[in-house]
Design a protein around this ligand. Structure first.
Ligand code: ATP
Length: 300
């Protein structure tokens, strides 16, 4: 799995982005000096334990940081070659043309009382207006069907007429993906897109995301706590701990290139064929003990 041409204009370039939250009289850094650049078709995974700052980083990059106690700083932030100012925290999530986000729980991000069809058609019409392409209602309906088929929904007419609560979790996730991608984003950010799904559905949704972003040339940021998933689907892995980026490596070489003991511990916890014969799988604590490392160096 190789990344695309890095000499192309980056879809996104972030330099030293930090996010602080004020709680009472004190300000805590939730993300410290994160930097990355993605070319079209690149896939970046942001991985780390709960509370490490993954969602804060991805939602700030998306323009969805709206916490009233948040303060954002960056040296540079460019999207599609144009500078954007993410230091301004809007009261409501701020939409950026060409950037879509999907979340863990489709139920909270889909409009609950609108049918799937009306949500999809609304995105298609907005996109066509933006790109100066005239689209009739009939064409929008046809395109909506096509998008649902692309995400593996075969009974598109029924799903078009359904409201989100009438669909299963896996179907909702597919619908959310269709809506996100039908806006033809240059960058798709997926925050724990599969963690509410069972193992085989997770794999299907991941593969769909990869295939569809490959088809459209969109860059992809996947936020996950599942390092195994990163190794399989991402080109590059950014490992976060306590707001710091402790490793930033190509997925292909992270096993040998990881510098931080935390990343090495995470990698050692991934079950392998050899672990079939092991009574107990290693944990971050057991790895720290065996390596005579203070456990807090791995997991605090
Ligand atoms: N609005 C807020 N005010 C104060 N602290 C916050 C706020 N939002 C997040 N935090 C803190 O910032 C840190 C990073 O949180 P964040 O949700 O980004 O982590 P995460 O890695 O995405 O965790 P998870 O995997 O559980 O979603 C945590 O310590 C969290 O408690």
């Amino acid at each position: 799995m190789t990344a695309t041409d890095i000499s192309a204009t980056p879809v996104i370039r972030v330099e030293n982005l930090s996010v602080f939250y004020r709680v009472g009289d004190e300000e805590h850094a939730a993300v410290t000096n994160a930097s990355f650049a993605l070319a079209p078709g690149d896939r970046l995974a942001i991985v780390g334990e709960s509370g490490s700052g993954k969602t804060t980083l991805s939602s700030t990059v998306a323009g969805f940081q709206s916490a009233p106690n948040a303060r954002v700083t960056h040296d540079a932030f460019e999207f599609d070659g144009k500078p954007l100012d993410r230091t301004v925290v809007h009261r409501l999530p701020h939409r950026t043309d060409g950037l879509s986000m999907v979340f863990q729980d489709a139920m909270t991000s889909l409009e609950p009382v609108w049918t799937v069809g009306s949500q999809l058609i609304s995105v298609l019409r907005t996109e066509s207006k933006r790109s100066g392409r005239k689209i009739s209602r009939k064409d929008a309906v046809r395109e909506a069907h096509e998008w649902l088929n692309r995400v593996g929904i075969v009974d598109a007419p029924r799903v078009m007429g359904a409201r989100p609560y009438e669909l299963s979790g896996g179907m909702r996730q597919r619908v959310m993906l269709a809506i996100a991608l039908s806006g033809r984003p240059r960058l798709l950010i997926a925050d724990e897109p599969t963690s509410a799904l069972d193992a085989s559905l997770s794999r299907e949704v991941m593969e769909l995301m990869v295939t569809l972003t490959e088809e459209t040339g969109a860059a992809l940021i996947i936020v996950t706590h599942d390092l195994n998933l990163c190794l399989e689907y991402a080109h590059r892995v950014l490992v976060m701990k306590d707001g710091d980026v402790v490793d930033d490596e190509p997925a292909k070489t992270i096993r040998t290139g990881a510098k931080d003991p935390y990343t090495q511990g995470l990698l050692a916890c991934i079950p392998t064929l050899a672990s079939v014969s092991v009574d107990r799988l290693p944990t971050l604590e057991s790895i720290a003990r065996d390596a005579s490392l203070a456990p807090e160096r791995l997991a605090s």
